[in-house]
Design a protein around this ligand. Structure first.
Ligand code: ADP
Ligand code: MG
Length: 290
């Protein structure tokens, strides 16, 4: 049974755009020790913008051709990275010959595999390249940025730098969580360097990078075993299993329907300050009940 005072917590939440799906989620929130957050769309805005197009040395492709190839591979994807490549292509791209990219398959957490005139095209992160044994000795990435690499039949063609920005309230919100005595952790499918750069800029304690969507739940369970109950905050379609597996799952109202459905708490404002505010509401509801 849930103390009656939790109903006042539900009301206090809704006035601040925080929708608790029931009193039990407020009670569970009181026992949370670590706030575990997804990176893209949760800590960052998820608005990626193409910064640089870098063909590999010795590859007979110019920037426009590399962007064309990436845009063809990403044409069916709804991932924010794919949208940024398509936007850049629409702004500056041109057609290149009559070649068509076909058999497009998206690999969650890695990128896209397709074919171009019988050859295999890869468009995605280092993990995707490593799984296909692409020789990356000619790749010199920029630490801290998100990069999309391209390869054709095992040959590295170049990369495209893409930047996302941290939400303006993220650092302050994480400071408030710490002041509440909570540990903070970030889970992401992105590379280690770009994950570390974001974590450092906002003050996150613990980083788990290069995770496939199915690895996120295992990482969450590991954190829970070490440090106790966890709240997970995410927004993506891939985040639904982790939201369901957390002691408290919180979804951004701007996120995917599957995430909102799987969550115990929904933040109508897509900012991170809703996290410490929800903790504060849960704690005051608990004091009243005792
Ligand atoms: P996050 O955990 O940050 O929300 P995702 O699991 O959606 O990220 O993706 C993890 C990583 O997989 C991305 O940072 C990117 O490197 C790669 N990736 C996923 N989908 C695509 C795609 N369509 N094109 C290129 N790269 C992709
Ligand atoms: Mg995400």
């Amino acid at each position: 049974s849930v103390p009656l005072t939790y109903f006042s917590g539900i009301g206090a939440g809704s006035r601040r755009g925080i929708l608790f799906k029931g009193g039990a989620s407020l009670e569970a929130l009181n026992n949370v020790k670590t706030i575990v957050m997804d990176k893209t769309g949760t800590i960052t805005k998820g608005n990626f913008v193409v910064q640089n197009i870098v063909p590999a040395k010795g590859v007979p492709l110019n920037e426009g051709e590399l962007l064309w190839l990436a845009a063809k591979c990403e044409s069916a994807s709804t991932h924010p990275i794919a949208r940024s490549i398509l936007t850049a292509y629409e702004e500056r791209g041109a057609e290149h010959g009559n070649s068509t990219v076909e058999n497009i398959r998206e690999q969650a957490g890695e990128g896209v595999i397709a074919s171009l005139e019988g050859k295999t095209v890869l468009c995605g992160n280092v993990k995707l390249m490593e799984h296909s044994n692409v020789d990356l000795s000619g790749y010199h990435g920029t630490p801290g940025s998100t990069e999309v690499l391209l390869a054709l039949d095992g040959r590295f063609l170049g990369h495209i730098d893409i930047a996302d920005t941290v939400k303006p309230d993220a650092k302050q919100a994480i400071g408030r969580m710490k002041a509440q005595g909570l540990r903070t952790a970030m889970l992401t499918g992105d590379g280690q360097a770009s994950a570390d750069a974001v974590a450092q800029s906002v003050g996150i304690d613990e980083v788990h990078a290069r995770l496939l969507p199915q690895d996120k739940l295992a990482a969450l369970n590991e954190i829970r075993e070490k440090n106790g109950a966890v709240m997970f905050v995410g927004d993506g379609i891939n985040d639904a299993p982790v939201l369901a597996g957390a002691d408290v799952g919180a979804a951004m109202g701007s996120g995917a329907d599957a995430a909102i459905e799987a969550a115990d708490v929904v933040f109508m404002k897509a900012d991170l300050s809703s996290v410490p505010t929800s903790v504060k509401i849960a704690r005051s509801a608990d004091i009243i009940s005792k």
